[in-house]
Design a protein around this ligand. Structure first.
Ligand code: CP
Length: 309
């Protein structure tokens, strides 16, 4: 298989395991390229990409822009807070006006779940979902899978724990789909109020005791508590959250093995993860950020229907 089965990257749910494997193997080639003294290739010099960010971002936005520039694409950046969206323009009008300037691909982050799916039904350009509300964040799940396999090999049969605010996390949902399709076992841990009912129907399990959950896994992906998305109090205080569910060195030192630690960022140090864990040799948080560029290069390259011989 040398091409994706889809025109857009809206979510991991829509992808086949072969699509995931193609993106991961293509990213491996791009990782080699971006570690050369000359990090740039001319592959997408005929392509223009618009990055439309209707919600804040550091990692995803910079990573997509670098990926586009490393592939020699033309790039335009759009931030909702400085645009005519503030004057009442609709999403579809905004995007159609940008596309009228001959844009081929749209990377979009939006607070509403399904916004990129809506766009994909109404416009011709390739759409890449850079995070839609609490729904999916497909390139994050792909870079997480790539980073795990880089350290401990093929995900088939590996045990991956996702800890934290599952309810509000697009990273959790995309990771569950991605890890399951790649053959990993997935367990969730967090306050019962932050674990959606019936989540086990996705073929995963839940363990409410953090120490038992950490003992079970090979890899723990620690999620941020998303206070900005919480309309109500799901736990008494951040201090109590850290005491019951925080990943700290005391908990890791009690394990009979060394596990790998991931975090998608941004980190709330001292809440879901302590600094000594985040900055330890077990943590691959900055590898995740580095690998994000290679993954996004692979996605852009494949959606543009380019192939590597
Ligand atoms: N991981 C992630 O999506 O980070 P940003 O919100 O900074 O893009």
């Amino acid at each position: 298989m040398s091409q994706l089965s889809t025109k857009h990257l809206l979510g991991i749910k829509d992808l086949k395991a072969d699509d995931l494997r193609l993106i991961l193997s293509t990213a491996q080639k791009f990782k080699e390229i971006i570690n050369r003294p000359i990090k740039k290739v001319p592959t997408l010099r005929d392509i223009t990409v618009a990055n439309l960010f209707f919600e804040n971002s550091t990692r995803t936005r910079v990573s997509f822009e670098l990926a586009q520039k490393r592939l020699s694409a033309d790039v335009v950046n759009f931030s909702a807070s400085a645009s005519s969206v503030k004057k009442g323009e609709t999403l579809l009008d905004t995007v159609n006006n940008i596309l009228a300037m001959k844009v081929d691909m749209v990377v979009m982050r939006h607070p509403s779940p399904g916004a990129p799916h809506f766009l994909a039904k109404h416009i011709n350009a390739n759409i890449i979902n850079a995070g839609d509300g609490t729904h999916e964040h497909p390139t994050q799940a792909l870079l997480d899978a790539f980073s795990i396999e880089e350290r401990i090999g093929n995900l088939e049969g590996k045990k991956v724990l996702i800890v934290g605010d599952i309810m509000h996390s697009r990273v959790a949902l995309s990771n569950i789909f991605c890890l399951k399709k790649l053959g990993a076992e997935v367990k969730l841990c967090g306050p019962p109020t932050l674990i959606p009912k019936d989540i086990e129907s996705l073929g995963i399990s839940v363990e409410l005791n953090i120490q038992k959950a950490l003992q079970w896994c090979d890899v723990a992906n620690v999620l941020r508590i998303q206070l900005e998305r919480q309309q109500t109090k799901y736990f008494p205080s951040l201090r109590e959250y850290a005491n019951f569910y925080g990943v700290n060195m005391e908990r890791l030192n009690k394990l009979e093995k060394e596990i790998l630690i991931l975090h998608p960022g941004p980190i709330n140090r001292g809440v879901e993860i302590t600094s000594d864990v985040a900055d330890s040799s077990q943590s691959i948080i900055l590898d995740q950020v580095e690998n994000g560029v290679a993954i996004r290069m692979a996605v852009l390259f494949l959606l543009a229907n380019r192939t590597i011989d």
